[in-house]
Design a protein around this ligand. Structure first.
Ligand code: AMP
Length: 487
C-alpha cells in the first residue's frame, strides 16, 4: 500500500513524500479513506502507531476547501496534555507545509493575548486542552458554530484526568452536523458510552491491543528495599551498568518524587532533567527539547507529562516506582523499543509492590524476569497498612517538622481512572488543613483565573519549595497521610 492510494490531495502527498514516509501505517491505511469520506471514526490506537498523521493528513486535504472566519475555528482537536497538543501542532506544520492554514494552539501556561490574536485571525485548525479551550470560550473569544471536524484524541487519558465533563460541555457547543473522530488506546465502558453519544454511525478502526508490549523491549524487574534513598542507589547502579545506554526516561508515580529524584541524579553528576505537570510550560518545553537534542541523557518524568511523547530513540526506560495503573506500565515501556528498535525497560520493585506488580503481569500476559534475586513480598500482599511510612524515617526532630510542613501530595496528575471517590475518601481521613489539601483533580491546562486559591493547581502553598533531598536516611515526615492507593 502506498499513500497515493488513500485519496489524499496532491499538496498533502507532496508533504508526506518530503517527510520521507513511503508506506502508511495500519491505522493510517484504515482511517484515512473514511475520514476523507467525512465519516465519523472510532479509532483504537495508541501513540506510536502513526495515528496523528492518520487524522492530520485527511484533515489537511478536507481543509483545502473553504476559509476560516475570525474567532470561528473550522476544526477542533482536543488533547489531554500540553505536550501532546504541541506535538499535533508540529504535525500540522510538517504535513501542512504546502498549505496556507492558520493553526492555533490553546494550551495552559501560555499567554492569553497571543492566543487571542491568533484566534482573531481565524483558525483553520484549533488544537487545545479542554480547560484552556473553555477559558477562552467563557471569555467570549471563541465561537464554536463553525467547527466542521471535531477530534477527541487520547480519550481514555481524558477520562483518567477527569476531563470528560469538559469534553461533554465542548461537544454540546459544536454543531451537531460536524464530523467526529475519537481516538483512544483502550475502550473502557465510560469511553464506549461517550463514543455512542458523540459519534454517528462510526467506522471502527483498530490496531495493536494496548496491553501488548513491543517484542523488541527487554523487560526486567529489580528487587529493592522500600526506602527512597535505597531505590535511588539501585537506580544509579542500573544506569551505571546498563548496556548500550544512549538515553533514558525514568518514571515516578508522583511529581514530588520526579523533582527529588532529578535533584539527586543531578547532585550525583548525571546529566538529567525533570518533566512533570507542575512545571511551567517554558521549562517543560525546554527540558523536552534538551532531551530530544541529546543534551540531557536522563529525563525523570511523571506519567501524564510523558504520555504519548514522540521521542523516537529512547534506549532505556526505568520505572522508579511500580505504576499505580497497570496500563501505565505499557505506556511507560512503550517509550523505548519504538519503530522496531531494541529497547530495555527496568522496574524497581519493593516488598510492598506485590499487587501492582502482579496486575502488570496479568495485563501483559507475561512474566517479567528478575534481574538478580526476586523481591520477597511483605506480609501485606501489596496493601500498605495504614500509618506505614515510605521514604525513610526522620532521624532529626527538625527534619520531621519540615517534612510535615511540606508533606508530599498525592500526584493527582496521575490519579487512576475511576477512583476519585477513593482518593477523596482517603484524603478526607487525613487531618491536613483545608487549604493544604490536594485539589480534587489536577487541571493543569486551566488558567489561573479558574483556580480557587494558591494551592489549587499544585496542591501546595505559594512559595512552598520541594523537599531537600539527602540520600542518607531522608525523611518524608507526614507521608502517612498519603492515600493508600498512591503508596
Ligand atoms: P504517532 O503515533 O502519531 O505519535 O506517530 C509516531 C511516529 O511515527 C512519529 O514519529 C511519526 O512521525 C511517525 N510516522 C507517522 N507516520 C509514519 C509512516 N507512515 N511511516 C513511518 N513513520 C511514521
Amino acid at each position: 500500500m502506498t499513500f497515493d492510494k488513500l485519496g489524499l490531495s496532491k499538496k498533502v502527498l507532496k508533504a508526506v513524500e518530503a517527510s520521507g514516509y513511503t508506506t502508511p501505517t495500519p491505522i493510517q491505511e484504515q482511517a484515512i479513506p473514511h475520514v476523507l469520506e467525512k465519516r465519523d471514526v472510532l479509532g483504537i490506537a495508541q501513540t506510536g502507531t502513526g495515528k496523528t498523521a492518520g487524522f492530520v493528513l485527511p484533515m489537511l486535504s478536507l481543509l483545502e476547501k473553504g476559509r476560516a472566519r475570525a474567532r470561528m475555528p473550522r476544526t477542533l482537536i482536543l488533547e489531554p496534555t500540553r505536550e501532546l497538543a504541541a506535538q499535533v501542532e508540529e504535525n500540522f506544520r510538517k504535513y501542512g507545509q504546502n498549505h496556507k492554514l492558520n493553526v492555533a494552539l490553546l494550551i495552559g501556561g501560555v499567554s492569553f493575548d497571543e492566543q487571542f490574536r491568533i484566534l482573531d485571525r481565524g483558525a483553520d485548525v484549533l488544537i487545545a486542552t479542554p480547560g484552556r479551550l473553555l477559558d477562552h470560550f467563557e471569555r467570549g473569544k471563541l465561537l464554536m458554530q463553525g467547527v466542521e471536524i471535531l477530534i477527541i484524541d487520547e480519550a481514555d487519558r481524558m477520562l483518567d484526568m477527569g476531563f470528560i465533563p469538559d469534553i461533554e460541555r465542548i461537544v454540546k457547543m459544536v454543531p451537531f452536523t460536524r464530523q467526529t473522530l475519537l481516538f483512544s488506546a483502550t475502550m473502557p465502558p465510560e469511553i464506549e458510552k461517550l463514543a455512542n453519544q458523540f459519534l454517528q454511525n462510526p467506522v471502527s478502526v483498530s490496531v495493536a491491543p494496548p496491553s501488548s508490549a513491543s517484542k523488541t523491549i527487554t523487560q526486567r524487574a529489580v528487587a529493592s528495599p522500600s526506602e527512597d534513598w535505597e531505590k535511588r542507589a539501585i537506580l544509579r547502579g542500573l544506569i551505571d551498568n546498563a548496556k548500550d545506554l544512549k538515553n533514558a526516561i525514568v518514571f515516578c508515580n508522583r511529581k514530588v518524587d520526579v523533582s527529588n529524584l532529578w535533584k539527586s541524579l543531578d547532585k550525583h553528576g548525571y546529566s538529567a532533567g525533570a518533566l512533570h505537570g507542575d512545571m511551567d510550560q517554558s521549562s517543560r518545553t525546554a527540558t523536552l527539547k534538551a532531551f530530544k537534542d541529546n543534551k540531557i541523557k536522563i529525563l525523570v518524568a511523571s506519567d501524564v507529562a510523558a504520555r504519548g511523547l514522540d521521542i523516537p530513540d529512547v534506549s532505556h526506560v526505568f520505572n522508579f516506582d511500580v505504576p499505580v495503573n497497570a496500563e501505565d506500565y505499557v505506556h511507560r515501556i512503550g517509550r523505548t523499543g519504538r519503530a522496531g528498535r531494541e529497547g530495555a525497560a527496568f522496574m524497581i520493585v519493593t516488598p510492598n509492590d506485590q499487587r501492582g506488580f502482579e496486575d502488570i503481569e496479568k495485563l501483559i500476559v507475561e512474566t517479567i524476569a528478575w534481574d538478580g534475586e526476586p523481591v520477597e513480598w511483605d506480609e501485606y500482599g501489596g496493601k500498605r497498612r495504614r500509618g506505614a511510612k515510605r521514604g525513610g524515617k526522620a532521624d532529626k526532630p527538625d527534619e520531621r517538622k519540615r517534612g510535615q510542613k511540606t508533606r508530599a501530595k498525592p500526584d493527582r496528575e496521575e490519579e487512576p481512572a475511576g477512583k476519585p471517590q477513593k482518593a477523596e475518601r482517603s484524603a478526607s481521613k487525613t487531618e491536613a488543613p483545608r487549604e493544604d489539601r490536594a485539589p480534587k483533580r489536577e487541571r493543569e491546562d486551566r488558567s489561573p483565573k479558574r483556580e480557587r486559591g494558591p494551592s489549587r493547581n499544585t496542591g501546595r502553598d505559594a512559595g512552598q519549595k520541594d523537599l531537600e533531598i539527602s540520600d542518607k536516611g531522608h525523611a518524608f515526615g507526614g507521608e502517612e497521610n498519603i492515600p493508600d492507593f498512591l503508596r
